[in-house]
Design a protein around this ligand. Structure first.
Ligand SMILES: [Zn+2]
Length: 652
């Protein structure tokens, strides 16, 4: 799922300069505020109900649905029947239940051709009562007939009736908890519907967009048009969807490198069909790219598709994303969900980043794989600035009753994506991509549900690394580091870099990360990765040139900020023949370069009190560690080559 403002931002960024980027970030923050206040209303409306979505159907495994829905797109109304084949997992029992809002009316329940009794229990549960107990392992079936006006204004518009160009449309968007507002279902993130048939009955002149393959289209006994969609892959309940209006239809073909062909079916408003037909073909390259980077498009034997709808964003309904627009970033995002979200579905709303972080990151990968364009760097800059626009917040979703927290664009989307990018940086490209492929191919995950721990395990297996610290810091922990970096080159062949970090949130005391820096001269560039494991770490980096430039994280691998202090450009001689003290000012660590041996060094504060002293030091560069509680002006007194030398330094 993706709200439209995210792709609007991207669109603006692609067309503007660095100056405009600052304004864009301000806009983004304003949108965040709007989003929060809007979503907070939803939050209050849903709070009593959200989070209990695993309650229904706990004693059964859903195997199959055959669904008939009757839709008149000018009316906010649905009627129909849901046939369910299920297997009892906790018997014996005489009761099963589905989620269905109490404002919806169950007309009857058929079991082996007989009506059985049923009753509302909680506000959104309906119990069905069997005449005899069903044992564990029993496979049986039941059909619920129902109708009603689905409640309005909850979630993201679970069932909406709107208009386009004076033509009516009905569309659904159930994520996360909205399925119960329009059909009797089991919404638990532990049980996928193994396969389903959806028959949508509607007035002639309409088409119904839905999941799977359109296997037949005919008129029923009431001369209603019927579109029969058949989906033969497991599907999470929140990904079942329909949209009905006077759609125009056209297709693209995506030929994968494996030789498979994917039909890309587009259902669009007739008034917009020319514009959409010229835009949607771009998704073909993304289908091929994701298939090459990971595994082949998982539903290639049915279709991929877009169905235009009236929500300001997109929703990754399985095999047919519902789209409020056709920008590259929105199409790339919803397509990515077919692997990350649909084929492998989050096992808990705590793990929302397994859906949204991946979909956001894969959009970035389409830019990375567009050589010669500025988009990849712009995506990285925009995404990590978004993460750092506030000091706290974890990728791990700590409140699944709050829909605005689940779909936090800063945490679940931007930070989730950048944590994947940092994971790739830490373990390397080969281990990252192979680990993600293994995750997608894992038979306990593929076409099922996954938790974050399972992704971590797969990347640990391919990298051979223990990633517990990484996940504690970046997934469960909050915030990001700000580095204090000093880089000094007192002699021709060595650059000394000291690395200290502070963190933006107290939940993480230290981010252990490989920190890339680039030391450059007009003739040469050296990219160096500093393995930062403790504050005040000093790295002596051999070079064969005078440092003319120093950059922190030039390729934007990290969510981090840095304050630099360097002596770039001030050195003039190959070997200084005087004692040099650097940096100045300094924090806790001071270097002393001595061309000749030093007999002793004494450091005094302004009252004359001795802070530190040394004995004999050879010629070369020496590091002095000063106590952190001392600050202000200090004096170094040194004896070398028969001279007494005094230098003034400032300690911060
Ligand atoms: Zn999404």
């Amino acid at each position: 799922m993706k709200r439209s403002y995210l792709f609007l931002i991207t669109f603006i960024l692609l067309a503007t300069s660095l100056v405009a980027q600052i304004n864009t970030n301000e806009i983004q923050q304003q949108w965040d505020i709007q989003q929060c206040s809007k979503s907070r209303i939803h939050h209050h409306q849903n709070l009593s109900k959200a989070g209990n979505s695993t309650f229904a159907g706990a004693n059964m495994d859903i195997q199959y649905h055959r669904i008939h829905w009757f839709i008149e797109p000018s009316q906010r109304f649905i009627s129909g029947s849901v046939f369910t084949r299920f297997k009892i997992t906790q018997g014996p029992t005489k009761i099963i239940n589905f989620e269905l809002e109490s404002v919806m009316t169950v007309d009857s329940v058929l079991y082996h051709g007989q009506n059985i009794s049923f009753a509302d229990s909680l506000p959104y549960l309906v119990n069905l009562y069997f005449p005899n107990p069903l044992a564990t392992g029993a496979v049986d079936s039941v059909e619920v007939f129902y109708h009603g006006v689905p409640p309005s204004g909850t979630g993201f518009g679970s069932f909406e009736q709107t208009q386009h160009n004076n033509s009516p449309i009905v569309w659904t968007l159930s994520e996360p908890y909205g399925a119960r507002e329009w059909w009797p279902s089991k919404n638990a993130l532990s049980d996928k519907i193994d396969s389903l048939d959806i028959y949508v009955h509607m007035p002639q002149g309409n088409r119904a967009a839905s999941n799977g393959k359109l296997v037949e289209s005919y008129l029923d006994n009431d001369s209603l048009q019927v579109n029969h969609w058949k989906h033969s892959h497991p599907i999470a309940t929140y990904l079942v969807a329909i949209a009905v209006t006077n759609y125009a239809a056209y297709s693209h073909q995506a030929v994968l490198n494996s030789g498979k062909t994917v039909d890309v079916l587009n259902y669009v408003y007739p008034e917009d069909s020319a514009a959409w037909a010229s835009a949607t073909g771009g998704v073909v390259n993304s289908i091929k790219l994701y298939s090459d980077l990971f595994i082949d498009y998982p539903f290639h034997n049915e279709k991929y598709g877009h169905a235009q709808f009236g929500w300001g964003g997109g929703m990754e309904h399985q095999t047919m994303s519902f789209m409020g627009g056709n920008s590259h970033s929105l199409m790339a995002h919803e397509l990515a969900h077919q692997w990350f979200g649909d084929m492998v579905t989050l096992g808990s709303w705590h793990d929302i980043w397994l859906n949204e972080g991946f979909a956001t990151y894969l959009t970035g990968l389409t830019y990375e794989n567009s050589p010669g364009t500025p988009w990849w760097n712009q995506w990285k800059s925009e995404t990590r600035n978004h993460v750092m626009s506030a000091p706290g917040g974890s990728v791990y979703c700590d409140d699944t009753t709050n829909v605005s927290r689940i779909f936090s664009s800063r945490l679940s989307y931007s930070k989730g994506a950048y944590v994947l990018h940092m994971l790739r940086w830490v373990v390397g490209d080969d281990a990252f991509f192979q680990g993600v492929k293994n995750y997608l191919n894992d038979t306990s995950i593929s076409f099922k549900y996954a938790r974050t721990q399972q992704l971590k395990q797969h990347i640990e297996n391919t990298s051979g690394m223990n990633l517990t610290e990484f996940f504690n810091d970046w997934y469960y922990g909050q915030g990001y580091p700000t580095y204090q970096i000093t880089a000094y080159q007192p002699v021709w062949d060595t650059v000394y870099v000291t690395l200290t970090q502070s963190t933006s949130h107290s939940s993480v005391s230290f981010f252990e990360m490989p920190v890339p820096i680039r030391i450059g001269s007009p003739q040469s560039d050296t990219l160096i990765v500093l393995n930062h494991t403790q504050n005040g770490q000093v790295f002596a980096i051999p070079v064969d040139f005078w440092m003319q430039s120093f950059e922190f994280d030039p390729d934007m691998h990290l969510v981090a900020q840095a304050n630099l202090q360097t002596n770039v450009g001030i050195q003039t001689q190959d070997q200084p023949n005087e004692i040099a003290v650097f940096p100045n000012p300094f924090v806790n660590q001071l270097f002393v370069y001595a061309p000749k041996p030093i007999e002793w060094i004494q450091i005094l504060d302004i009252t004359g009190k001795e802070i530190l002293s040394t004995g004999f030091l050879n010629a070369g560069t020496h590091l002095l560690n000063l106590p952190s509680n001392v600050t202000g002006f200090l004096f170094l007194r040194m004896s070398s080559d028969g001279c007494l030398i005094t230098k003034k330094v400032i300690k911060n």
